[in-house]
Design a protein around this ligand. Structure first.
Ligand code: PMP
Ligand code: GLU
Length: 392
């Protein structure tokens, strides 16, 4: 019998990636599409990082590597964590194929059939899908726009149960841009530690904070908080697929085995390239500061443009590079709205439904200011000129 596994029957491609694929197709046909779709910075990676890649290739780093990743790179990452008060040694880190694979490996290592995984909602599209692939049950903590989409201890307590195995925290958040409150998170993580609940802290957007300070959730909680992070966003290298996991104890061996049995190792020359590059601390700092400045300007611009559209509401993003407005007063069905915007206005954005929020859309402000202006303008005229059925 040529049957597929039950596991994949309901599986679908990542909607964030699909929308960009559609936009690419339209561009190939000569259309001028504004890409508010997949979350990836448009900026160029640092020139010196590219030189480091060439150096690594010329040196011949072409072969299999230790599955944990090269010691030199893990030492640098460990040093960076230690400086921020997080006690991850090189042996506590596993380099893997992007944060996405890192998250999946962590879930594989932790989740058993029927385990509940708490996910603050709105959520990044892939979390519930991956949890289900591992046999777990996603349980959503509903966050409200009026509360800035912030996760609180009280909201967490409403949903935690004896079956809770893991809580996923993503702050700064995709898709809301919220940065969760430190005190609230500390109470939550303290509770989890006491009850033997794991916490996965997805810190992909750690460099994209415009208000308040980013802090590493594992600091002081290394035993039950697993950190996943990535080079993708910070250095504009989403296609390179390089990320890392930090954890303590028995689980590290298992993550290593999972990496070893599936990926073998993350791309050899890129690991060396990042090792050479991250040693250039001043260059790294300069690049990251410039990225942050650029994105803060873009954040301010998109917020001011959206504020001018009557009848929509949204939370000003404190971090990441997404804004998540509610357009339901114009269009309740965000899936149709997104299709129409792409078809008629050539604006690619991601509908809110796959993030758990019908009636919203996600706008990624990772593109130049003139394009942001034009894209928001196209959305506004579509909504106001009756494309949005003139429902206001
Ligand atoms: N977590 C979140 C919240 C994301 O938005 C993304 C998308 N970049 C990832 C993880 C995966 O990132 P990476 O490119 O490192 O796999
Ligand atoms: N994480 C980004 C996003 O949400 C990139 C695409 C993906 O990995 O899903 O758009």
């Amino acid at each position: 019998m040529k049957e597929l596994s039950k596991r994949v029957l309901e599986l679908f491609p990542s909607p964030t990636l699909s929308i960009s694929a559609k936009a690419r197709e339209l561009r190939k046909r000569g259309e001028r599409v504004i890409g508010f779709g997949a979350g990836e910075p448009d900026l160029k990676p640092p020139e010196i990082l590219k030189e480091c890649v060439i150096r690594a290739l010329k040196e011949g780093h072409d072969k299999y590597l230790p599955s944990a990743g090269i010691r030199e790179l893990r030492e640098l990452l460990s040093y960076s964590y230690q400086r921020r008060g997080v006690n991850y040694g090189p042996e506590d880190l596993v380099i893997t194929g992007g944060a996405k694979l890192g998250i999946f490996l962590v879930l594989l290592a932790l989740i058993e059939e029927g385990d509940e995984v708490l996910i603050p909602s709105p959520y990044w599209v892939s979390y519930p899908v991956m949890v289900k692939l591992c046999g777990g049950i996603p349980k959503f903590i509903d966050l409200k726009e009026e509360e800035g989409f912030k996760l609180t201890y009280e909201k967490f307590l409403e949903k935690v149960s004896p079956k809770t195995k893991l809580l996923i925290v993503n702050s700064p958040n995709n898709p809301t841009g919220a940065l969760y409150d430190r005190e609230e998170l500390l109470k939550i993580v303290g509770f989890c530690k006491e009850r033997g609940i794991w916490v996965l802290s997805d810190e992909c957007y750690e460099n994209f904070v415009y208000e308040g300070d980013f802090f590493n959730l594992a600091k002081g909680f290394e035993e039950n908080v697993i950190t996943v992070s990535s080079f993708s966003k910070s250095f504009s290298v989403t296609g390179w697929r390089l990320g890392y996991i930090g954890a303590k104890g028995e689980i590290v061996k298992k993550l290593l085995s999972l990496n070893s049995q599936t990926l073998s190792n993350a791309t050899s020359f890129l690991q060396y390239a990042f090792y050479y590059f991250l040693k250039e601390e001043e260059e790294v700092k300069k690049y990251l500061e410039e990225v942050k400045r650029t994105f803060k300007r873009r954040r301010d611009l998109v917020v001011s443009l959206l504020s001018e559209i009557e009848g929509i509401s949204f939370v000003k993003p404190e971090g990441a590079f997404y804004v998540f407005p509610d357009l339901s007063r114009y269009y309740e069905d965000d899936l149709t709205l997104s299709e129409l915007l792409l078809e008629k206005e050539k604006v690619a954005l991601v509908p809110g439904t796959p993030f758990g929020a019908r009636g919203r859309v996600r706008i990624t402000f990772a593109l130049p200011e003139d394009e942001i202006r034009e894209g928001v303008g196209r959305i506004a005229s579509f909504l106001l000129d009756g494309g949005g059925k003139g429902s206001l």
